[in-house]
Design a protein around this ligand. Sequence first.
Ligand code: UT7
Length: 327
Amino acid sequence: MPLKIIGTGSALPELVVTNKKLEQMMDTTDEWIRSRTGIRQRHIAVKETTTSMAAAAAGRAMKEAGVEPSEIDLIIVGTVSGDKHFPSTACEIQRELLMVNAVAFDVNAACAGFLFGLTIADAYFQSGRAKTALIVGAETLSKMVDWKDRGTCVLFGDGAGAAVVRKEETGILHMVQGSDGGRGEALTCENRPVNTPFTRESFARGELQNEISYLKMDGQAVFRFAVRTVPQAILQVLKEAKISPDEVKYFVLHQANIRIIEAVAKKIGQPMEKFPTNLQKCGNISAASVPILLDHVNKDGKLQRGDKIVLAGFGAGLTWGAAVLTW
Ligand code: UT7
């Protein structure tokens, strides 16, 4: 596959909200959150927006890649929490960073959004439509969760991660992706209801104007899906690329729950040391989890040219994707 990651970047909101802080706000405990998920704190946007964090992460990725904004010819943002229905977050950051020569759009594949973005960039590269792409995952999930629902609001955080990818001979070796809309009810967030003079008497009464829907999750159903599907996707992508799991230096997984990561490690027979995590500090940031973690591992100086890395994301849709690459 003619696709190489040549720079990464990330951005997190300034405000850190610890489990202890949540204890004071709702009927939960630090012990419950840590033992069920591994999460100790999360960053929550106050001044930041999905667009501002996406732009900050993208700017850092371009700086590391040594790429000018005008060189970017494709911008894909994976997000389920853009600031606007339209324009897309991708078009918003295009304007902000003056990436005037790019085609820009968002992808809704939830927590697999970054992996789906990479796959689309690969198709653009292979068809000769683009040469240098910016792939971003950016979320402000704090505005999607019901802060009265302790079963979900403690899990998520805000942030953005980005990667610049270029058409090159080596880099991403293989990718797989999948969707199962049949099980989509496990994790949903409704849009605003249709509410016009033609559909509802309530419109005339002025009701429903402020009706907001929040993220709803059947946590155990998503957990079961993740521990079954993610190992399968990883083993499939490695098998098809003819690479043994033992050759992989790091498995950079979506950061939903430490117990999911431990189950994946066990199923593919690899030690936890190969699974870097930041969910303890960041919580689950949906499409941004994988690129933020990749950037943290990169900035920590843990990656050397030639290392084999697996990326894997999974979430609402249901959707999933895995990629194996040479750094
Ligand atoms: O990024 C998208 C992908 N999402 C995921 O991968 C999430 C996958 N699912 C999970 O990570 C886990 O299912 C959760 C962390 C969401 C929940 O863990 P669980 O072990 O499945 O707990 P549960 O939902 O079965 O809840 C167990 C108990 C319940 O009480 P009862 O009914 O046993 O009395 C809940 O009411 O824990 C209670 N509970 C809480 N207690 C304290 C739920 N949330 C909380 C809370 N604090 N925040």
